[in-house]
Design a protein. Structure first.
Length: 766
């Protein structure tokens, strides 16, 4: 972030005062950093003014200043923050957390691209969901919040059931689960070495922020063409001594119940937060019930200005039913029905997962840092499945994994308003799977089909150079990575005679370069462009034949080239913010699931898209009965077509990519009234989309309208919130989870019609 001339003038004056006073007095050194209370992002360029001196925070939000005495008091001045701060001692490293002046203060602070800075300075398309946007929902999942971002589609069966996430069409190769997108939780990888992600362990109530990088980001993250999600925990306020606790309960239609409890303690150097959640729902359809229980612990330790450590510990136990897809006639006749065979065998997924992660940052020298992450996990899954007597079985899977990610960053001092940053690092993961497949009849596990023991190993080495010329407003990034993955399997197919399934499969030496530039034009407009290459390997479950356990050794990784340009601007005294991006992503060796249930590299895909985001603050005045009125719009145009796709004797060239709406629109209106009352309205529109590669079947376009009202206040030291809402107010019939290329035309997984929810939240700080 560049500092204004007013900042420099103000600081120059107070520094002159410091030089005079310190020549006459004893000195005390105060050091620390300033963060946003909600997001924990550094506050860059803030001016701390003491009685006779002052200082500006640097690009990490850090400060160091000499004062005459302690206790000392300072006024914090910043375009988005204003606060009076007290310092009781000079013997500790101060972590100061400040609240923004307004609910929405402009651009968020991001760090997922590898270069920390304000969102409008990024050389890629990056979106951010803040805590206030995440909380405006029934809290069953992140669906309604993530779909406020153009190009992002979150599909699910039921409230909290099976899920699938698409960024710019990335889920076309995911008949189930989440693939082709990488995810991190407080910097700790959630995505396995083969590219699948257990997003069910991400609890919305534990998050302060979600950062979404769109398009291939392989230069620092490796395999995955859709993009990268960074989830950030809610943190407590270090630098104070105290404790807090809270509880939230939500009930709703279809037997929906969710209860969260949380608590934490903090001291000048340490903070810990513990949360637990129970969630359950009977489901809208038969065989769609689901539940989960989860405990999450996050901790933070900051003993000084050169070291910071964070801890994540998590246990998840959950299940969700599998009702199966319906034909169009079944969807219209009775959308609540399940496939009869799925219902009869109680098709479902039962999953457990335990995870530990440790993230530490060490400032080796003033301009050299290292951040290292270590993690391990255990997971198991039991899955009776089937939609007919000809397709069914029982999966018994378990896995253990561990890994590390380490990044060194070196930056020059700010010389003549220029700065160079170099980073180099690597990520390593290994995972061991045991997969047993059985026949399944009724509620009885039948004869074993096959057994596989697979070791997955993924490694990534990367480097990136970033150059900033603050006077010119120019930011340039150059990077490259080398990614490789291998599967080593030992197994047996129980036939007569038995067939060994021993195979080694490698996807190695994928070089992924990237160049990006961001240029400031005036004070309120930035333009950016980037070119990059991406790849996406087939996951372990793309490779394995579900019936025989055999590996498809012919599969290759997808490769792609992406080019995009965009702009970000603000107008009307920083009350209007706009981001516009257009991109062209060419994929070859596209991985597509066909109706035989197997994956194939079918040819090439051309993805052309336009994304627009506008945020408008219409009212911002405490004097009126409407305290704040804010409007959000997100639009995406997605023209995705096969450019080479041979199928049988024909070619599906120019057919549209199935599972992707050609146009989407999301709108949100937030009204904050006086006396602590709020009304939030969300509207979504989805255009038609093809349901098969041949484009013979299309879904209908539809609208979804959600409304939520809330009242918050204080009573006897307790903070409370009462809220309630209606989802799908228009009672629109639609499919919430498209089964692409489904056998027998069973493309539809109906979503609930109109339904209600209500909740109560309260907390107390000791």
């Amino acid at each position: 972030m560049t500092l204004t001339s007013q900042n420099y003038l103000q600081t120059a004056l107070v520094l002159l005062g410091c030089l005079f006073v310190f020549g006459l007095s004893a000195q005390h050194t105060l050091r620390g950093e300033i963060r946003d209370f909600n997001t924990q992002s550094p506050v860059v360029g803030a001016v701390l003014t003491f009685d006779n001196c002052g200082v500006i925070t640097d690009n990490e939000g850090r400060f160091k200043v000499e004062v005459m005495k302690v206790p000392a008091y300072a006024s914090l001045s910043h375009i988005n923050y204003a606060q009076r701060i007290g310092f009781s001692t000079d013997s500790i490293y101060h972590i100061i957390q400040v609240l923004p002046i307004t609910h929405y203060t402009g651009y968020s602070y991001i760090e997922g691209t590898g270069t920390k800075g304000r969102q409008d300075k990024a050389t890629a398309t990056v979106e951010v969901l803040e805590q206030s946007q995440i909380s405006i929902a029934d809290q069953s999942s992140l669906k309604s919040s993530l779909e406020l971002l153009p190009g992002v589609q979150y599909e699910e069966r039921g409230m909290g059931g099976s899920r699938r996430l698409s960024i710019r069409g990335s889920s076309y190769r995911s008949p189930f689960a989440i693939r082709n997108v990488k995810m991190y939780y407080d910097g700790i990888p959630l995505t396995g070495p083969d590219g699948h992600t257990p997003m069910e362990i991400v609890e919305p109530n534990d998050l302060s922020q979600v950062e979404v990088i769109k398009g291939p980001a392989g230069t620092i993250y490796g395999s995955g063409n859709g993009g990268v999600l960074h989830f950030r925990s809610k943190w407590t306020n270090i630098d104070t001594l105290g404790a807090y606790a809270g509880q939230q309960s939500v009930v709703g239609d279809f037997g929906y119940l969710k209860t969260n409890v949380w608590g934490g303690v903090q001291s000048p150097k340490t903070a810990i937060r513990v949360s637990a959640v129970h969630q359950e729902s009977d489901g809208y359809r038969n065989q769609e019930s689901n539940s989960k229980d989860q405990v999450t612990v996050v901790g933070q330790f900051v003993p000084g200005d050169r070291y910071r450590a964070r801890l994540l510990a998590l246990y998840y136990h959950g299940n969700w039913g599998l009702p199966g897809g319906l034909t169009h006639d079944q969807f219209n006749t009775d959308p609540t029905q399940a496939v009869a065979f799925s219902d009869s065998i109680d098709a479902a997924v039962y999953r457990d997962r335990t995870m530990f992660g440790f993230n530490q940052m060490f400032r080796i020298l003033d301009h050299l840092t290292n951040e290292t992450v270590l993690f391990t996990y255990w997971t198991s899954k039991e899955n009776p499945y089937g939609t007919s007597p000809f397709f069914n079985g029982y999966k018994d899977e378990s896995a253990t994994g561990y890994g590390a990610r380490s990044v060194f960053k070196w930056s020059t001092a700010n010389w003549d308003r220029q700065q160079l940053e170099v980073q180099a690092g690597g990520e390593f993961q290994t995972e061991r799977w045991e997969i047993r497949e059985y026949g399944y009849e009724g509620y009885t596990i039948g004869q074993a089909k096959y057994f596989n023991q697979t070791k997955n190993v993924a490694s990534l080495l990367f480097g990136q150079v970033s150059y900033n010329h603050f006077r010119w407003g120019t930011h340039v990034e150059l990077g490259v990575s080398n990614a490789s993955t291998e599967y080593r399997n030992k197994g047996v197919y129980y036939a007569e005679p038995s067939v060994p399934l021993n195979v080694d499969l490698e996807f190695g030496n994928a070089w992924l370069p990237r160049v990006g530039v961001n240029q400031r034009f005036g004070n309120h407009l930035n333009g950016y462009a980037q070119w990059s290459m991406g790849n996406a390997i087939p996951t372990l479950f793309d490779v394995i034949d579900v019936e025989s356990g055999a590996f498809n050794t012919a599969l290759q990784a997808e490769r792609g080239k992406n080019f995009e340009v965009g702009m970000r601007g603000s107008w009307w005294e920083n009350r209007v913010h706009t981001q516009l991006a257009t991109y062209r992503f060419a994929i070859r060796n596209a991985l597509v699931p066909l109706s035989d249930g197997q994956f194939h590299n079918v040819g090439s895909i051309q993805q052309n898209g336009v994304e627009l985001v506008t945020r408008l603050i219409l009212v911002q005045n405490n004097a009126y009965w409407i305290n704040r009125l804010e409007y959000h719009l997100a639009y995406a145009s997605q023209d995705y077509q096969f450019t080479d796709y041979a199928q049988g004797e024909g070619n599906l060239r120019d057919n549209y990519l199935p599972g992707v709406s050609r146009n989407t629109l999301a709108q949100q209106l937030d009204l904050n009234f006086t006396r602590y009352f709020a009304l939030n309205i969300r509207h979504y529109w989805y255009d038609t989309m093809p349901l098969d590669d041949g484009n013979t079947q299309w879904s209908d376009a539809y609208h979804i309208l959600n409304i939520r009202a809330a009242h918050e206040g204080n009573f006897g030291g307790f903070q409370y919130e009462i809220h309630g809402g209606l989802n799908n107010v228009l009672d629109t019939p639609y499919s919430g989870f498209a089964a692409i290329n489904a056998v027998g035309g069973k493309y539809y997984n109906p979503a609930p019609g109109r339904y209600w929810y209500a909740g109560l939240k309260f907390g107390y700080a000791f």
